[in-house]
Design a protein around this ligand. Structure first.
Ligand SMILES: [Zn+2]
Length: 412
């Protein structure tokens, strides 16, 4: 699906209004490792529940340890943190906490990675992992209409035989995951290492994605496409080192699930201003914005959008729309669901372009209600919104929720 965007007058959405729009616009998240959403508070809660020792005195000390030199130093802490996850209930709680956060960020579609080998190596049954995560996804759909599915990832620092064994263990729950991915330490572990197990997964009708071109070279992106037949590339930012590859990615419209805060935290780029996402977009690539391991990297998907746009003044409302739309187009979902999500995205941007450039405080009650409905995310999630205020130099206007009166909100 790559139909042109509808006639939305993006020029009528001033940059000052973008933070509010980035928060509330419908979005998909396609690159999130559920174990990487384990917040320090939950680490200690689960550690107490399961009688597991945590080698940090408290939440603040653990958070302070999140100062990484590279991918490997992060992975060492990530695997240590996952040790508190033991039971099906733990995996439910972990996924539920992420999904609550995603719902608040107006994520309509989440494709969630999980690493079974991180848990089976500690004696946790793979069924407990998958069932706990699956039940959280199902409940998020029932409660909020948030559409979520699971993608099983193989750890690339382990062998292909171990990946085969993991696949076999997981097959009784085949109906609970839609695809497989490849993550963990990239350097020295090229996609070719997993050619046979990915071929088997494709035979099983599973979608196939792979991390490539994060710390590893552009050549890994090529082999992820040619050898693994990856349908999406996770990260892929180093493709820019190979112009022929960039041309191919654009022509074949291969989605890249880019994670800006992760790239800065793991020093793929020295700071957000140096991030090449605008160049990838400029090259016509199907770029999406995602959080990767939000607990460890300083933010969930909205934080990634906000920090990216803050550091790149050239990114405007049309870029925000394109990035969000790419996320829906790149999702593993049928065309009817994608069209429904994109229609909601169109509505959000068309509404933002129509909104009068005046302070909501001075609007009559009817206009207030209209503004409220445009930005209220969904009836069961916390209802709040904000609008750009021209007469108050771009400060946000907020109100407490659906049903509020015109006197409940005001410029801050
Ligand atoms: Zn990742």
């Amino acid at each position: 699906m790559n139909t042109p965007p509808p006639a939305i007058d993006f020029a009528r959405i001033p940059r000052e209004r973008l933070p509010a729009l980035l928060r509330t616009m419908p979005k998909a998240e396609l690159h999130i490792h559920v174990e990487g959403s384990l917040e320090p508070e939950m680490t200690f809660r689960l550690a107490a529940r399961n009688g597991v020792a945590v080698p940090y005195a408290g939440v603040e000390q653990l958070r302070a340890a999140y100062d990484f030199a590279d991918l490997q130093s992060f992975l060492d802490l990530y695997y240590a943190g996952a040790a508190v996850l033991r039971t099906e209930q733990d995996f439910f709680d972990l996924a539920w906490a992420y999904l609550e956060r995603a719902a608040a960020d107006n994520v309509l579609r989440a494709e969630i990675f999980f690493d079974p080998q991180t848990h089976t190596a500690r004696g946790v049954p793979v069924g407990a992992v998958i069932q706990g995560l699956h039940h959280a996804c199902r409940r998020a759909h029932q409660e909020w209409g948030l559409d979520a599915d699971l993608i099983l990832c193989f750890l690339r620092h382990l062998s292909e035989d171990e990946a085969f064994a993991t696949l076999e263990q997981a097959l009784p729950w085949r109906h609970h995951f839609i695809g497989v991915g490849l993550d963990s330490s990239e350097r020295g572990h090229p996609p070719e290492k997993f050619a046979r197990v990915f071929a088997r997964c494709r035979e099983l009708g599973l979608h196939v994605v792979a991390h490539a071109g994060e710390e590893g070279p552009a050549a890994y992106v090529r082999s992820a496409l040619d050898v693994l037949k990856a349908e999406r590339i996770d990260h892929g930012v180093r493709c820019l080192e190979d112009p022929t590859l960039v041309t191919r990615l654009a022509a074949e419209r291969v989605p890249l699930t880019v994670c800006p805060l992760s790239n800065v935290k793991l020093r793929v780029f020295q700071d957000m201003a140096a991030h090449t996402l605008p160049a990838l977009l400029q090259a016509g690539l199907c770029v999406t914005v995602n959080s990767d391991d939000p607990s460890y990297f300083g933010g969930y998907v909205v934080d990634n959008f906000l920090k990216l746009f803050e550091a790149h003044p050239a990114l405007d409302a049309a870029a925000a729309y394109r990035l969000a739309r790419n996320g829906f187009e790149a999702a593993f979902a049928d065309e009817a669901r994608k069209a429904g999500w994109i229609a909601r995205l169109d509505e959000a941007f068309a509404g933002a372009a129509r909104r009068p450039l005046t302070c909501s405080r001075s609007l009559p009650r009817a206009a207030w209600t209209l503004a409220l409905n445009e930005t209220t995310m969904r009836s069961s999630s916390p209802s709040y919104g904000s609008a750009w205020c021209a007469s108050h130099e771009g400060k946000t206007t907020s109100w407490p929720g659906r049903g509020a009166t015109s006197t409940d909100g005001g410029c801050r």
